[in-house]
Write a protein that binds this ligand. Structure first.
Ligand code: ZN
Length: 229
């Protein structure tokens, strides 16, 4: 599923999402079960922790007590696991990549690096700040797999790493824009700069066509290109 296609109706479903890791946060301890002690009989009640909420028991589970009581949270008797929040963004060099928060737990913590391209399978949840009516989509990961780098057969010149070269074209355009007050760039200038970097005109034309298809650039007239990033 594409990150941009995620909607509220997908909450609670198991989905699979591809993306590039853009943020990795600190590893933090997370409560799995919370232990409480009854104030009256000192019996212990363990509750599973759902999502980010810690529920407090209302009635004591101890049969001889069963009273409505105050409960004290017992930090050292509560079970914990490692957790880590990361963010992934859409792949393919698109201009406005959307991102998604992913929660990793247990063995999944610390298994990835920034810029890794991964496939995450998990359950989609919605997280809300306490007073807000608008929340965030969060993917609670069950599995994380690194995507295999696509090996391009390089028996002809077209087969070289095209995502690297398209990046070079974008950088050329960025450079040329700096000296163009109207933000328009001459196509011929792009081809010339590209050829200086050993990207032939035919390939450069192909990359520009790709940028236009992705909605990242358009041609205001025959000779110029305007970038939209
Ligand atoms: Zn009790």
């Amino acid at each position: 599923m594409k990150i941009r296609d995620i909607r509220s109706k997908d909450i609670s479903n198991t989905i699979s999402v591809e993306g590039e890791v853009s943020t990795i946060n600190e590893i933090r301890p997370k409560l799995k079960t919370a232990a409480y002690m009854c104030n009256i009989c000192e019996g212990i009640v363990c509750l599973p922790v759902e999502g980010s909420e810690i529920g407090k028991p209302v009635h004591c589970e101890n049969e001889s007590c069963g009273k409505r009581s105050d409960f004290i949270h017992l930090e050292d008797k509560s079970s914990k696991t490692d957790s880590q929040q990361i963010e992934i963004k859409e792949l393919d060099n698109i201009c406005d990549p959307r991102s998604l928060i992913v929660h990793l737990e247990g063995d999944l913590v610390d298994t990835i690096k920034i810029e890794d391209k991964i496939v995450v399978i998990g359950v989609l949840k919605a997280h809300f700040q306490s007073t807000s009516t608008t929340g965030d989509f969060v993917l609670e990961a069950n599995s994380v797999e690194k995507m295999k780098e696509k090996k391009v057969v390089s028996d002809n010149k077209e087969g070289t790493d095209s995502s690297g070269e398209i990046q070079i074209i974008r950088e050329i355009i960025d450079q040329l824009r700096l000296s163009s007050p109207s933000d328009k760039v001459l196509l011929e200038d792009i081809y010339r700069e590209a050829s200086n970097l050993h990207i032939g005109r035919e390939r450069a034309e192909k990359y520009i066509a790709k940028l236009r298809r992705q909605g990242c650039a358009y041609l205001p007239d025959e000779k110029h290109l305007r970038a939209l990033w």
